[in-house]
Design a protein around this ligand. Structure first.
Ligand code: FAD
Length: 389
């Protein structure tokens, strides 16, 4: 475990916390360890971040910095737009849910993990651009377009405006009002991407180093290769993380896990107790069968979707037969990585991610499977097949 920093002054300045990630990506591309870097590039404002395949130092540097209003997911993008990384090698910056989804798709032979270098960023949660703008206007009394930077630190959402104002509000208070982080992020127990090749973040950086370096944990041989390549190119400096820093990082992670479990209890309670199935099916009755949830889900990867079979779900009925959602739940819940994409795209605002995560949590103990956690354990249906064989 190290404290890492870019050596290039511009990369240090552009980077969120010393630019080690940007420097590692540049070295990986320039030294031909990978063909390009899949990063998140800022558009016109902090609410406007989109995936971008960068192949030059300039392009990678331009995409430096953390965008908390960019809840994109790279896994299905790699599968669909990059042919599952079968023909080219990609370094990708990953939130833990990105990394977990990439691992799940690799287990389904949809992504060639040997060609993907996952540079994980710790993640305390992301926000949706629209509600974030609304929240900043309503609670911070600031024009959202004047915000140049936002971060979540020690339970506060901090925003900085172009004229240098700093304002902060308790994230708990904002979330109690229905704003703040996406609801799936509030329930997320995986804030340090330990399943990625490198796990990077500012938690655990103490003293004079705060804000200037990033805590880097090497998780795999590929992670070590990324660092070795950057060191050989003279792109980064590393020093050992101090024991107090390591302990603080663990402590912060523990606090986030406790908060996530509390959020799960609160959010899942809407489908607990008396008439719970009635309430669940009332949600499914809102569905107009647009299938957006299936299109974005990183776990949905069947070539021929089972729910398109007429004997499972009769055609053109609105709402679709309950078998649509029950089949979907049966397919995705054992491996759901709680990325929240299904819920975010649903035009009828059905709390799909909450429902799937609730089912996933309840089957996790029985199946003994934590989705996207490791490349070693087989996906549940394969396990059943192994037992039967
Ligand atoms: C959404 C988000 C939440 C975070 N929350 C925490 C936290 O709670 N605790 C903590 O310790 N650290 C957190 N981090 C990590 C931290 O902000 C820094 O990214 C990290 O310390 C690396 O700093 P750097 O200067 O090396 O990164 P940089 O050199 O600036 O590189 C950052 C890279 O991340 C990419 N990126 C930007 N936004 C996203 C995104 N939304 N999804 C995927 N990739 C992205 C950029 O394109 C860039 O390539 C978070 C990062 C993000 C993106």
């Amino acid at each position: 475990m190290y404290y890492g920093r870019a050596t290039d002054k511009l990369v240090q300045e552009q980077g969120e916390c010393g630019g080690v990630i940007t420097a590692v990506l540049i070295a990986a591309v320039e030294q031909k360890l990978v063909d390009g870097a899949l990063v998140i590039k800022r558009g016109e404002s902090i609410y406007d971040g989109a995936p971008y395949f960068a192949t030059t130092k300039e392009e990678i540097t331009e995409a430096a910095g953390s965008l908390h209003c960019a809840p994109t997911l790279s896994a299905k993008l790699i599968k669909n737009d990059f042919n599952g990384a079968r023909d080219l090698r990609i370094a990708v910056t990953c939130k833990p849910c990105d990394a977990r989804a990439i691992i799940e798709l690799s287990k389904r032979n949809q992504i060639d993990l040997d060609n993907v270098y996952m540079i994980g960023v710790n993640c305390g949660g992301t926000m949706l651009p629209g509600p974030a703008r609304e929240m900043i206007r309503q609670f911070f009394d600031i024009d959202p377009e004047d915000v140049v930077k936002e971060e979540i630190d020690k339970g506060k959402l901090i925003i900085i405006t172009k004229d240098g104002q700093h304002k902060e509000l308790s994230i708990d208070d904002l979330e109690a009002e229905g704003y703040g982080r996406r609801t799936n992020c509030q329930r997320c127990e995986y804030n340090i991407p330990r399943m990625a090749d490198l796990a990077c973040g500012n938690w655990g950086v103490i003293g004079d180093d705060a804000g200037k370096v990033t805590f880097v944990e090497v998780r795999t041989e590929k992670g070590q290769k990324l660092l070795d390549t950057a060191i050989a190119a003279g792109a980064i400096t590393l020093k050992d993380a101090p024991p107090q820093g390591i302990a603080l990082r663990e402590k912060l992670d523990g606090i986030m896990v406790k908060m996530a479990r509390k959020a799960m209890a609160t959010q899942f309670a809407q489908f607990d107790g008396e008439r719970k199935f009635e309430r669940l099916f009332a949600q499914f009755d809102k569905c107009d069968g647009c299938r957006e949830c299936i299109d974005v889900c990183p776990i949905c990867s069947c070539v021929e979707c089972f729910t398109k079979q007429e004997f499972v779900v009769p055609k053109d009925t609105v709402p679709p037969d309950p078998m649509f959602h029950l089949t979907r739940l049966m397919h995705v819940s054992p491996s759901c990585v709680n990325c929240g994409q299904c819920e975010n795209v649903c035009p009828k605002k059905i709390p799909l991610a909450t429902i799937t995560h609730m089912v996933q949590s309840s089957v996790q103990g029985t199946l003994g499977y934590v989705p996207g956690q490791s490349t070693a354990d087989a996906i549940p249906l394969c396990k059943i097949a192994e037992v039967k064989a």
